[in-house]
Write a protein that binds this ligand. Sequence first.
Ligand code: HEM
Length: 167
Amino acid sequence: MAAVSLLRCCQGARLLLRPQIVKHTLPGLAHPDVASRAITFTAPSLSALDYFRARRGPFTPAEKKGHHKLMASTHWKVERLVAIGMIGIMPTCLFYHAPIMDHLLSTFVLLHGYWGMEGVCTDYIEKFFPYIHYIWRAVTIFAFAGLVHFNYNDVGVCKAIAMLWEL
Ligand code: HEM
């Protein structure tokens, strides 16, 4: 599943050049055959930001029941942005130990892990034990509180990882 998603992300090169089918006619060409032919080609969308803009509907009746605030596709994109963000944050943390990096690393890894395991819970555990989501949410909140506490009152996660490596 993770591999499939990574492949989907790699197709993300298309995010920046999102193809749209645009029909153009070329008026004024000498040959009447060419002049009248509609040429179809792909062109970049106006902005790559359009792709990541949060969309809020229209929702399906099932989604409306769940009081959803974001469309599933927007949530999917945010998950991928967080995963892509980690690729930059993780190596940066090795060389740049600062409180901002401690909090960025904690937040991104925890968010990513939360969503990842939430999917695993939904797919495999929920049908045997429906309350698993409450437990997982509580575990994540405690873990985040612990990391924030560690970042404020101790060396911070970046420095801690570096110190572990020095062992
Ligand atoms: C730069 C580092 C990382 C990248 C780029 C990355 C990327 C991804 C991607 C693309 C997926 C697939 C999501 C899906 O299929 O819905 C995934 C799944 C997952 N990741 Fe990561 N990840 C990274 C690090 C981590 C770390 C440090 C953890 C642990 C906290 C983690 C935990 C998970 C979990 C639990 C899943 C769900 C697996 C599943 O659905 O079978 N990942 N990750």
